[in-house]
Design a protein around this ligand. Structure first.
Ligand SMILES: [Zn+2]
Length: 172
């Protein structure tokens, strides 16, 4: 059954201001599966310009989307940085659920573990009590899954490793 197109991608011509939009499904929007220029043609239908500003409505990742992502190596929340997109406090529970309950490729495991490291990093340079609690919880969750952390080694940025790994029960 086809999903209903409910997320908008729009394109505005820089030269004449003409604006077009298309509707895409939730998955298409989350994983950027539709190229609006492919759908509408590469030139403005009013003035033939090829200069556009584009805007994308994207759904917040939830468990259903994260499971879909986990099952398909081709799907990404962003061109390169799945971990950066996922590193939000509200994603913590779904990340842990998918890590612990689904068969995952090395890349997907690495992206999720890296997202957890980024979450620690992002909540480290503050005295905010909530950030401190979150940081401690994520450190605890990382420590429970150190076997998976080495998979994230290649993916994690050095500056994150430098700050986060010393907080974990790992040899650095
Ligand atoms: Zn135009």
């Amino acid at each position: 059954m086809p999903e209903k197109g409910t997320y908008k991608i729009s394109r505005k011509c820089v030269d004449c201001g003409h604006e077009d939009e298309i509707g895409v499904t939730r998955s298409e929007a989350a994983f950027i599966l539709v190229d609006i220029d492919e759908r509408l043609g590469a030139t403005c239908k009013i003035c033939s310009s090829t200069l556009f500003s584009r805007s994308y409505e994207t759904p917040t990742p939830d468990l259903a989307l994260l499971k879909e992502w986990a099952e398909d190596e081709e799907l990404h929340f962003s061109a390169y940085d799945d971990d950066l997109v996922l590193a939000e406090a509200e994603n913590l529970n779904i990340i842990l659920e998918v890590l612990d309950t689904m068969p995952l490729s090395d890349y997907k495991t690495a992206a999720l573990m890296s997202a957890l490291c980024i979450l620690v990093y992002d909540n480290s340079s503050t005295n905010d009590a909530a950030a401190g609690q979150l940081r401690l919880r994520v450190i605890g969750e990382l420590n429970k899954r150190l076997d998976k952390l080495k998979l994230a080694d290649g993916l994690s940025r050095e500056f994150i490793k430098e700050k986060v790994y010393p907080l974990l029960d790992v040899e650095v």
